[in-house]
Design a protein around this ligand. Structure first.
Ligand code: BTN
Length: 258
């Protein structure tokens, strides 16, 4: 139905448009494993088994929001691969800040606005030896969903661009613009690493900064006050005993203020 509109806005990019798929990440992974080129974008109107991080599901009203996955193949050593997930979040942030000046990133890459989740990103990767073979950057961005379009369990915690601004958005145009921002942040990562503009942007719009959080690390909870990101994209925590900890991966739970 929207295929022509996506094809028109993404002219010059490799686009796979699907009316329905279980998961664009799963589909893009198969394509990448079969040799699909970097930059290939898989977009779906409807996902029947959308995947979130940490085994969660991603639900999205068909045709109202963006659910897509991008195949990337930058020359990166294995230990730099997690930075791609941060770059994918930065692309959403820089794209939408003009619309939503109070937009924030909840490390590593969830987009939050006014305390509610606007977008989630699932980055999956395959290594070849000690280098990246390919990564799939899967983005779910709530765009034109109204409150009733969210399942009741998400209504208090999720939001959409339309709910935040009162306007409706052109999905193909938004996707094309996101991909432009992603290209820019990937180039920045490649040329200058994480420690410069990328870290500055994420630090300036951090949802977790100065909050007390708990993160499960190797099955054990680690708590502390968030004090920034290091040059490897790890979350820095100041623990109660004065130690500084750098956490590479995990889901931060914000401790409720008593
Ligand atoms: C999260 O917040 O847990 C990440 C959600 C990622 C959802 C997107 S939707 C497009 C792509 N395909 C998937 O199956 N998941 C990602």
């Amino acid at each position: 139905m929207n295929k022509a509109a996506f094809a028109a806005r993404l002219a010059g990019r490799r686009l796979v448009y699907l009316a329905e798929v279980d998961s664009t990440n799963r589909y893009a992974w198969e394509l990448a494993a079969a040799g699909a080129a970097a930059g290939t974008v898989v977009v779906a109107e409807r996902q029947t088994g959308g995947r979130g991080r940490r085994g969660r599901q991603w639900t999205s009203a068909p045709g109202k929001n963006l659910t897509f996955s991008v195949i990337v193949r930058p020359a990166l050593p294995a230990d730099r691969v997690p930075l791609l997930a941060l770059a994918a979040g930065a692309a959403g942030l820089s794209l939408l800040l003009a619309e939503l000046p109070d937009l924030q990133v909840k490390w590593p890459n969830d987009l939050y606005c006014r305390g509610r989740k606007l977008a989630g990103i699932l980055a999956e990767s395959r290594l070849k030896g000690k280098k990246l073979d390919f990564a799939i950057l899967g983005v779910g961005l709530n765009v034109n969903s109204e409150a009733v379009d969210f399942p009741p369990s998400l209504r208090a915690t999720a939001t959409s661009l339309c709910l935040l601004t009162g306007r409706r958005y052109d999905l193909p145009g938004l996707l094309a613009d996101y991909l432009g921002h992603l290209d820019d942040w990937q180039a920045e990562l490649q040329q200058h690493g994480f420690g410069g503009r990328l870290r500055s942007l994420l630090a300036a719009h951090s949802y977790l900064r100065d909050r007390q959080v708990t993160i499960e690390v190797d099955g054990r909870p680690v708590s502390g006050r968030v004090c920034g990101l290091d040059e490897n994209g790890r979350l820095l925590l100041a623990a109660g005993d004065g130690r500084r900890l750098a956490v590479a991966a995990g889901e931060a739970t914000v401790r409720a203020v008593a």
